[in-house]
Write a protein that binds this ligand. Structure first.
Ligand SMILES: Cc1cc2nc3c(=O)[nH]c(=O)nc-3n(C[C@H](O)[C@H](O)[C@H](O)COP(=O)(O)OP(=O)(O)OC[C@H]3O[C@@H](n4cnc5c(N)ncnc54)[C@H](O)[C@@H]3O)c2cc1C
Length: 433
């Protein structure tokens, strides 16, 4: 795969052999088998990030994908791209690569093999069998526009192509090759970059409370207050030696970071009794006390959450867990129940790009023709995947964005110039959160 670099001309040159770049190569090669398609990858191993996805099983999409599962550029723009290549089309695309999928809770779709290698190999094998040339250890460091296309340089050599696709990802998990250099390439072609920051990232907490709970996971509802905004997520939280992670935490992490960046002093709390409110928790404690007056407070809490968490909560509240419910004062009961509904999570920072599943920010969609993913600022340059300012929540949404934007880009890359739709005005070029 490190291949012959002597042939330096291509009809389509793709920078970055990750999810979006590989998918776009397969899609473009199928549409126009006669095109010489060249994929340049900076690392020695294409799509290594794909192997980490979904805990090594690759949660490649979701049964129900809507624009509301995303933040970043305008929802209208995101909807347009998702609508061009939908979940059923994604399922069919992978079926055509001989990959069948199976569905798990919350609509998450995985390869039936339960192994991310299946997705990576299917894309790589098909790209190669369609004649796509993949050159590894070719880190593009310069794109130069000329009258009839582009010169694309790596430290070793240079290539030429009339059309190029930038699919360099973001800057999360830089060891997989996506080190943020793609943003500089986009900038050099005239694009602006919405400031980037880690998203879907574990959060570090102050204090000691979390340390003894490391390894415990349970359902929560998280509430983030910042300024006059209130953002909620629900799902699983995992305590760790540094703080917290798990889907509910990852989904809210980007909002916390954005709030901090904007000086809004975000405050995060967890309901340890999801689905309850103040009145219902109080009534629950009264009902248990009526049915089991001798039951200890700790035992009652342990029926709603892991026993170690219940014990730690009571120690933190300086409440005597051995107290029989019948002897619990109204004041103590209220003290406990209000703490259960808004347990403080003193976030000090995120764990950074090294641990972030995605990067928020990037090239705004208003700078891209949504019918083709062609740059509005640099004709002949197309963009797909995470390099764009689109961030999905946990559940397969980010990879769906990679597939959908790759498909639109492949269509644009293979269109005759005359047939390229005119760039249209974006109805809502603003950001959405
Ligand atoms: C641990 C982890 C788990 C995840 N789990 C999921 C999940 O289950 N479901 C989901 O939907 N999403 C998941 N994601 C997010 C998902 O992996 C990304 O959204 C997706 O990979 C983005 O695809 P991409 O092709 O845009 O970028 P990438 O996959 O990052 O690929 C970019 C490629 O470009 C190459 N490159 C970069 N710069 C250059 C250059 N200058 N020259 C040449 N090549 C270059 C890189 O080496 C890389 O191979 C996860 C991410 C991580 C880190």
């Amino acid at each position: 795969m490190s291949g012959d670099v002597s042939d330096r001309a291509a009809d389509i040159l793709i920078i970055g052999a990750g999810a979006a770049g590989l998918a776009a190569a397969v899609m473009a090669a199928r549409q126009h088998p006669q095109y010489r398609i060249l994929l340049l990858e900076s690392t020695s191993r294409p799509a290594s990030k794909l192997l980490l996805t979904g805990g090594g099983r690759c949660n490649l999409t979701n049964r129900a994908v809507t624009p509301h599962d995303f933040s970043g550029s305008s929802l209208h723009a995101i909807k347009k791209v998702l609508g061009a290549f939908t979940v059923p089309q994604t399922v069919e695309f992978f079926r055509s690569l001989d990959v069948s999928l199976h569905e798990e809770e919350h609509g998450k779709l995985f390869p039936a093999s339960g192994n991310a290698h299946t997705i990576r190999n299917a894309l790589l094998d098909r790209a190669e069998s369609l004649g796509v040339r993949i050159l590894t250890k070719q880190k593009v460091d310069c794109i130069r526009r000329k009258a009839d296309g582009f010169d694309i340089s790596t430290p070793q050599t240079f290539f030429t192509a009339p059309r190029i696709l930038l699919a360099t990802g973001g800057c999360s998990y830089p060891r997989t090759g996506s080190d943020g250099g793609g943003y500089d390439l986009a900038r050099s072609c005239g694009h602006t970059i919405i400031p980037t920051m880690p998203a879907l990232v574990p959060l570090a907490l102050a204090g000691q409370f979390h340390r003894d709970l490391a390894g415990i996971s349970h359902d929560v509802e998280l509430t983030l207050l910042m300024g006059n905004k209130r953002i909620r997520t629900a799902g699983s939280l995992l305590w760790t030696h540094f703080g917290i992670t798990g889907p509910a935490v990852l989904d809210i992490s980007g909002h916390w970071l954005r709030g901090k960046l904007e000086g809004l002093q975000p405050v995060l709390t967890a309901s340890l009794v999801p689905g309850e409110n103040s009145a219902s928790v109080e009534q629950w404690l009264l009902d248990v006390a009526a049915d089991h007056p001798k039951m200890s407070l700790q035992k009652a809490l342990s029926s709603r959450m892991p026993a170690r968490l219940a014990a730690a909560v009571l120690v933190e509240l300086k409440a005597d867990g051995t107290t029989a419910l019948a002897h619990l004062s109204k004041e103590s009961r209220r003290h406990v129940h209000s703490a259960l509904l808004a347990w403080p999570l003193p976030v000090v920072d995120s764990r950074g790009y090294d641990h972030a599943e995605v990067t928020a920010g990037g090239v705004p969609l208003k700078e891209v023709n949504l019918a083709t993913m062609e740059s509005r600022l640099c004709p002949g340059l197309f963009l797909a995947g995470e390099v764009l300012d689109v961030t999905g929540r946990v559940g397969g949404f980010n990879l769906q964005w990679a597939w959908s934007s790759a498909w639109v880009a492949a269509r644009g890359l293979t269109m005759d110039n005359a047939a390229l739709p005119q760039a249209e005005a974006s109805p809502d070029p603003g950001r959405h959160h």
